[in-house]
Design a protein around this ligand. Sequence first.
Ligand SMILES: Cc1cc2nc3c(=O)[nH]c(=O)nc-3n(C[C@H](O)[C@H](O)[C@H](O)COP(=O)(O)O)c2cc1C
Length: 237
Amino acid sequence: MAAVRMALNQIHSTPTRSGKLLLETAQAIRNRQTIKVLSGDDLPAQGMGEGLDQLLDLAGWAPFHRACDSSHRSPDDSSSSGAIEPWRFHVLDAANCRTLRQRIPLEQAGKIPNMLAAADALILATWLPNPNSQPDLPAECLFEPSMANMEHIAAASAAIQNLLLAATAHGIRTYWSSGGVLRSAQVFELLGIPTEQILLGAVFFFPTDTGEADVVSSKLRASRSDASGWSRRINLG
Ligand SMILES: Cc1cc2nc3c(=O)[nH]c(=O)nc-3n(C[C@H](O)[C@H](O)[C@H](O)COP(=O)(O)O)c2cc1C
């Protein structure tokens, strides 16, 4: 961390074009944090307009190693348009978040309705598993544990992280959730998400102006290690 701080100080003192870019990138990465906004009442729906399209465009610059299987690119799949990326983003604006709040099964919903009452947008980010090649895959397996599937998940995760960083740079509060009730077959059907897709993240965008709503941050953030805790230098000399 000290090395990063030193580098950032140097960048401050020499504001070259690449230094400014590095500083802004570092700021977006470090400023990204989980923030949940929970409201009992619907907050006014604020349109994100074209801003949301720009963020989605930036998410799409994530690396991906393989095209998704052709079964995910069929003309019958309205969420696909033939795209080869191994992820799909299903996007609800604030008004649709409020409507979804009224329609999800409340008994399994936990705090999701309170977040739908507050969100400016919800992006349900799925990844696209290859069809199983093993007929005897155990029923509890969500997908075949193959190298290709691992790479699809990694690529979709990179797209989500791009989205989070781009949103952070725009001053939007974000929360990457596993999804809870939003993973259910009932919600997938309601939103027209094909059951062949697997939810990787329910990404909430929250406003900063939240009135009486509760604002909650994450538990693990403060327990982060220094890079020396999870990296090692290899010297073969
Ligand atoms: C794949 C994934 C799933 C997550 N699911 C949840 C979740 O279901 N509930 C939750 O409270 N936080 C969830 N989080 C957020 C993490 O708890 C959070 O990122 C972590 O505590 C670090 O905090 P930070 O994001 O503020 O740095 C998830 C994060 C990731 C990457």
